[in-house]
Design a protein around this ligand. Structure first.
Ligand SMILES: [Zn+2]
Length: 454
């Protein structure tokens, strides 16, 4: 069992909640299956990055009819921070922020959280709701009446109140008056004005740096990537503008997911947005485009496929090892990390004279869909045949081979045909949204889901 407490200020940790829970473990009813004290989980307040990054709002608010042509005007030329190649502001130099308080805060990096005054009333409030939620979930799990844990929850909360009263007496824990920088009026007004012209984004390969980009240049670059300004050669582009609205696509995704017996969670009813972050380590700086798909209608199908493909890769690996053992030829050249390379080099009979590494800039994004579908079907069918199994059995954490289909709980069974159908569907249903327009990715597939926090 878990007790989730929102970490509203440092007062929370001074209470030493886990200790109080352990002290009153004897208040948990005898007939409960889970008698252990709940594990404490603190949920955190937003980081300054979550509060100042405004690329999502920027992308959401793009109105395509305001972008008939690539031409636009901005004030970048007058700025000291203009990028000499792109002729617009793209900078990590925070001196561009005139407001000193805000600048000093941003220097601490996007994952920083501003300290908050201790407010004992809020501390009590958070514990109260955390304990209440825990009581509801725990009694549900035990299939017992909510009241059966009243004695436990009241005792715990009384102990917290006592502890807080004691802590209140200690001088160094007395609240000081301090306003968060991001809550100060002058900072708010400055930031709001600044964000009219500029976008705050994370920086590629430097997650602790904040980049600041001219907003109009940011939008134009995004629309250019999907060929929005290109009217004549739309056929051979990675993205194709489509006529359906997001709502229509989301609706058909719902029915199509049902046919795979896959549910879509409520918060997943959205299409991924396409965004970009600057690669400041390149000169001139380049862009990394990302489909932010951490929560969207294809997420559950794609995670299911991911688990299956891992198992299928393993099957091919085992098969190739067998071939290697009797023929001496290694046919499997996929490594998870550098350890595999070290091991291989050590086995070499002769010393390697040259070692070189290569980075592909357009590996996943240039594979034609029809070829991809044919090849992936071959890989899947061969694995099922080789393993001599009918199904892949998938639970919350992993996938296994199976021949018996027993329907129970959250376990899913997928056969070779269904898996191929799901992958075909996923390849055909890779959409990104930019403002009020939807684009379909018609060549290649997006890289592994990159999780970015908004
Ligand atoms: Zn500009």
């Amino acid at each position: 069992m878990f007790a989730k407490i929102y970490f509203c200020n440092k007062g929370i940790e001074l209470v030493q909640f886990a200790r109080i829970l352990r002290r009153f473990q004897n208040k948990v009813p005898e007939d409960f299956k889970f008698k252990e004290s709940p594990t404490v989980i603190y949920t955190r307040s937003p980081t300054i990055g979550q509060r100042i990054f405004n690329y999502k709002q920027t992308i959401d608010s793009i109105k395509s009819n305001e972008w008939k042509s690539e031409n636009f005007s901005c004030n970048c030329n007058d700025s000291k921070f203009v990028d000499s190649f792109h002729k617009h502001v793209i900078t990590g130099d925070l001196r561009i922020i005139a407001n000193k308080k805000l600048r000093n805060l941003l220097l601490k990096g996007p994952s920083y959280r501003e300290p908050v005054n201790i407010n004992w009333n809020r501390v009590l409030k958070e514990f109260k709701s955390g304990i209440e939620e825990c009581q509801i979930k725990w009694t549900q799990l035990e299939n017992k009446d909510l009241k059966t844990l009243d004695d436990w929850s009241n005792t715990i909360f009384d102990a917290i109140k006592k502890r807080v009263n004691k802590l209140k007496q200690i001088k160094r824990f007395k609240p000081r008056q301090r306003v968060k920088v991001l809550d100060r009026n002058d900072v708010k007004i400055y930031l709001e004005n600044f964000q009219k012209d500029f976008v705050f984004v994370p920086t590629d390969k430097a997650s602790n740096n904040i980049s600041i980009v001219c907003k109009k240049f940011y939008i134009k670059t995004l629309l250019k990537e999907v060929g929005f300004f290109d009217t004549d050669r739309k056929q051979d582009r990675t993205y194709q503008e489509i006529k359906q609205t997001s709502e229509e696509i989301l609706c058909s995704h719902e029915t199509e997911n049902q046919s795979f017996e896959v549910n879509i969670d409520k918060e997943q009813f959205q299409l991924p947005i396409l965004l970009w972050i600057p690669k400041m380590h390149k000169n001139p700086s380049k862009q990394r485009f990302i489909a932010a798909s951490h929560s969207c209608t294809t997420k559950n199908v794609s995670s299911l496929i991911g688990k299956c493909l891992k198992l299928i890769q393993k099957a091919h690996q085992v098969y190739c090892e067998r071939i290697k053992n009797y023929s001496g030829y290694n046919l499997f050249w996929i490594v998870d990390n550098s350890l595999g390379v070290h091991k291989l080099l050590k086995q070499c009979d002769t010393k390697a004279n040259n070692v070189a590494t290569y980075d592909f800039s357009t590996l996943y994004t240039s594979i034609p869909h029809n070829k991809l579908k044919i090849q992936i079907s071959w890989v899947i069918e061969k694995a099922f045949k080789g393993m001599n199994k009918k199904y892949i059995k998938i639970n919350k954490f992993c996938a296994r081979w199976s021949n018996k289909k027993e329907v129970k709980g959250n376990v899913k069974f997928v056969d070779s045909d269904t898996l191929i159908k799901m992958i075909t569907w996923l390849i055909d249903n890779t959409y990104v949204r930019i403002g009020d327009k939807v684009f379909r990715q018609v060549i290649g597939i997006p890289m592994e889901q990159i999780v970015l926090l908004f």
